[in-house]
Structure formats: structure tokens, C-alpha cells
Design a protein around this ligand. Structure first.
Ligand code: ZN
Length: 142
């Protein structure tokens, strides 16, 4: 099995695909309300890459529960295409470590493995200074 296929299997095993229900973005404003409506009733497997590319800065807005339920969509599409916009947003968010405490140890293992894969396979590659800094942050915070 290729490294990519192996990671996709690990994501599926570690994050159950159950429909999210509730207010995904708890902050009270028009943007967070629209986002919550868009995500209500969706499982992570329902979110395609094009939709995630349009949801540019939403990861910091998600509640810990919504993040745990839906972040596997970003992980999956980042592995499928490490250069797509959603992969970039994902890495930037993960560098902050903000949602790490809400995930299980096994889920954080998958997050780190996905980030290693994305940074080794995106357009900049292993030697890029920005990629190296992002990897160091994710390895220490997740
Ligand atoms: Zn808001």
C-alpha cells in the first residue's frame, strides 16, 4: 500500500464519519451563523475538496467538538492533494496547536503523520524553511 493510501485508511479508522449536528462555530456573527448552517447535518465524508478550498479561514472558528468531527475532511483532501488551498489553511491552523487538546492521542498521531506527508509532498518540499518551521511546530504541539 502506498504511503498516501495508508494515511487515507488511518484517517477513516481514527475519525468516525457521523453527521455533525449543532452550531459548529459558536461565535455569534453572520459569518459564523452561515458557516454553522452550512456544516449542520454533514459528516466529514460529505465535504469535498472544492468546498473546503472555499472555506478559507474557518478552522479557528470551529468549536472543539465540531473540529474533531470535521477536521478529517481537511486531512483527507490535504493528503489527496498537498498543494490545494485547503491543505495550506490546514497547515497554518495546525501550526498554532489550538485544537490539539480536543483530539485523542491516536487522532493526534494521524494529524502529525498527515502534516509530515503534506509538507514532504507540497510544492515547497522538505528543504523549505517555512515547511520545516511548520513541521517543528506541529511535532511539538500535536
Ligand atoms: Zn463569528
Amino acid at each position: 500500500m502506498s504511503e498516501r493510501d495508508d494515511l487515507l485508511v488511518r484517517i477513516k479508522k481514527s475519525f468516525p464519519a457521523e453527521p455533525w449536528s449543532g452550531r459548529a462555530a459558536p461565535h455569534e456573527c453572520p459569518q459564523c451563523s452561515a458557516l454553522s448552517l452550512q456544516l449542520d447535518g454533514r459528516a466529514w465524508t460529505d465535504l469535498d475538496g472544492a468546498e473546503l478550498d472555499e472555506l478559507d479561514v474557518v478552522l479557528p472558528l470551529l468549536s472543539p467538538e465540531a473540529f474533531r468531527s470535521l477536521v478529517p475532511a481537511w486531512l483527507h483532501h490535504a493528503v489527496m492533494d498537498p498543494d490545494r488551498p485547503a491543505a495550506g489553511y490546514l497547515i497554518v491552523h495546525l501550526e498554532g496547536g489550538e485544537h490539539a487538546p480536543g483530539l485523542s492521542r491516536a487522532q493526534r498521531d494521524v494529524v502529525r503523520a498527515v502534516v509530515r506527508f503534506v509538507l514532504a509532498n507540497n510544492i515547497w518540499g522538505d528543504d523549505d524553511e517555512g515547511n520545516r518551521r511548520a513541521l517543528a511546530a506541529v511535532e511539538s504541539l500535536w
